[in-house]
Write a protein that binds this ligand. Structure first.
Ligand code: FES
Ligand SMILES: [Fe+2]
Length: 400
C-alpha cells in the first residue's frame, strides 16, 4: 500500500478508487479507526428490543457489541467483553436476560452495565468494573451506536429523522422476515452500488417497474413524472406527510431521509404493486410512496405504507461484507391472516440478491491486475462520487 495519505491524495475526483481501497488490510485497519470504530452505525431495530432485557449482539469490524433494553426503557450498547478475564458475555445473536451473566465465571452485570457480582476476592472495585459503555441513540425505532469516545453530534440526524420516521411506526413493528448474507465484496463496493440506479435497468427488472429512479433523466417520461409528482405533493400535503422528493441525493454529508412517489399502479414495493400487509404506523392508507433513508456507512431503508425493508452492512474482513436485510410489518399483523412472507419478501429479496451478484463481480475485477480506476457518469453516478468524497474526507482527516 505504501503511504496511505499519499494514496488518499492521489485519488481523482469523479473516478472510482484504486484497488488498494478494496483489498488492502492496512486500508481496512485505517477505516476501522476513521469510520467503523468512530461513526454512528445502525445496530438494531428498537422493536427487536421491545421488552426489558431483550438484547442483540453484533460484531463491528471485530469489536463485539451488545445492545440491551434497560429497565428504564432505554437501549444501551456495551462492549460484549467481560471485565474479569475478557470473555464474550452474550454469545447468542439475540435473546432476553434479567442480567448479563458471563458464561466463564458467572460475573453478572445489570442491564445498565453495572457489575453486580461480589468481587472483593479480586481486589474489589466493583464500581470501576462495569461494562464498557458505547454511545447509543434511538430514533423512530432505529438504534444507532458509536464506538467513539467522543461521537459526532447526532442531534441533526435526530431532528431530521424523528418527524419523518414517526408515521412509519417502526417502534410498533415487528420483523416478519430476515435474510442475512456474506457478500464477497468490500463494504464500499456494496454502498457504492446502492448509491446509483445507473445499473437498475440492467439488473433490477422488478425494482424499476415500481420506482422512477432510472426514468428521471428520460425526457420521454418527464411530463408523466412531473404530473405524478405534483399530484402526490398535493395528496401527501393533505395527509400531512410532507412534500415528495424525486432525487436520492444525500441532504447532508452522511444521512438523508425523503419520500418518493411510486409509479402509478404500485401502492407498495411488491412484485405486482398490490398491498402485502395491513397499513402500518400512522399511515392513513397504503399508497404513501416510499420513505427512503440512508445513513453512511452502513444503513438504508425503503418504507412503504404496509411494510419497511432495512439493510445493515458490517465489514467481514477486507473483501467481504455481512449484510442483514429485515422486513418489518405492523406489530399487530399476523402471518397467514394479514400477510404472507412469500408475498412480502420477493421484491427486496430479488433486488438485494441481484445487487450482491453485481458487487461480487466488481470485487473479482478489483482483484485483477488489469483493474484501473474508471470514470463515473456525471449525473447518474453523482451520488457514488459524493460517497467516495465523504469517505476520502474521513480517511484524510484521520490521517492528517
Ligand atoms: S471472564 Fe467473565 S467471569 Fe471470568
Ligand atoms: Fe441495485
Amino acid at each position: 500500500m505504501g503511504d496511505l495519505l499519499a494514496l488518499i491524495e492521489r485519488q481523482r475526483a469523479g473516478w472510482t478508487l484504486e484497488a488498494d481501497f478494496y483489498l488492502d488490510a492496512g486500508v481496512a485497519a485505517a477505516e476501522n479507526d476513521a469510520i467503523w470504530h468512530r461513526r454512528w452505525l445502525f445496530a438494531a431495530h428498537g422493536c427487536e428490543l421491545a421488552v426489558t432485557g431483550a438484547f442483540v449482539t453484533l460484531s463491528i469490524a471485530g469489536e463485539p457489541v451488545v445492545v440491551v433494553r434497560g429497565r428504564d426503557g432505554v437501549a444501551r450498547a456495551f462492549a460484549n467483553v467481560c471485565r474479569h478475564r475478557g470473555s464474550r458475555i452474550c454469545t447468542a445473536a439475540s435473546g432476553r436476560v434479567h442480567r448479563l451473566v458471563c458464561p466463564y465465571h458467572a460475573w453478572s452485570y445489570d442491564l445498565d452495565g453495572r457489575l453486580l457480582s461480589d468481587v472483593s476476592g479480586h481486589g474489589g472495585q466493583a464500581e470501576t468494573l462495569g461494562l464498557r459503555p458505547y454511545a447509543t441513540h434511538e430514533v423512530g425505532g432505529l438504534v444507532f451506536v458509536s464506538l467513539a469516545d467522543r461521537p459526532e453530534d447526532i442531534a441533526p440526524l435526530d431532528r431530521a429523522f424523528a418527524p419523518q420516521l414517526a408515521p412509519q411506526g417502526l417502534t410498533r413493528a415487528r420483523i416478519a422476515a430476515r435474510a442475512s448474507y456474506r457478500v464477497e465484496a468490500n463494504w464500499k463496493v456494496v454502498f457504492e452500488n446502492n448509491r446509483e440506479c445507473f445499473h437498475c435497468p440492467v439488473a433490477h427488472r422488478e425494482y424499476i417497474r415500481a420506482n422512477y429512479d432510472v426514468h428521471l433523466t428520460d425526457p420521454r417520461r418527464a411530463e408523466e413524472i412531473d404530473a405524478r409528482t405534483a399530484a402526490e405533493a398535493k395528496r401527501w400535503a393533505e395527509l400531512g406527510l410532507g412534500a415528495p422528493s424525486l432525487v436520492s441525493d444525500m441532504t447532508s454529508e452522511w444521512y438523508r431521509i425523503n419520500r418518493t412517489p411510486l409509479v402509478p399502479g404500485f401502492v407498495t414495493e411488491s412484485l405486482d404493486g398490490k398491498p402485502v400487509a395491513p397499513v402500518m404506523g400512522d399511515y392513513p392508507e397504503h399508497d404513501v410512496g416510499t420513505l427512503r433513508v440512508t445513513v453512511f456507512p452502513n444503513f438504508w431503508m425503503h418504507g412503504s405504507g404496509d411494510h419497511a425493508v432495512t439493510t445493515r452492512l458490517l465489514p467481514d474482513g477486507t473483501g467481504a461484507t455481512r449484510v442483514d436485510v429485515a422486513w418489518l410489518v405492523d406489530a399487530a399483523a399476523e402471518e397467514g391472516r394479514d400477510y404472507r412472507v412469500e408475498a412480502l419478501q420477493p421484491f427486496w429479496q430479488l433486488t438485494s440478491e441481484q445487487d450482491w451478484t453485481i458487487c461480487e463481480n466488481v470485487q473479482a475485477g478489483l482483484r485483477s491486475r488489469a483493474y484501473a480506476p474508471g470514470p463515473l457518469e456525471r449525473v447518474k453516478e453523482r451520488n457514488v462520487a459524493q460517497f467516495i468524497a465523504w469517505y476520502l474526507g474521513l480517511m484524510r482527516a484521520n490521517r492528517a
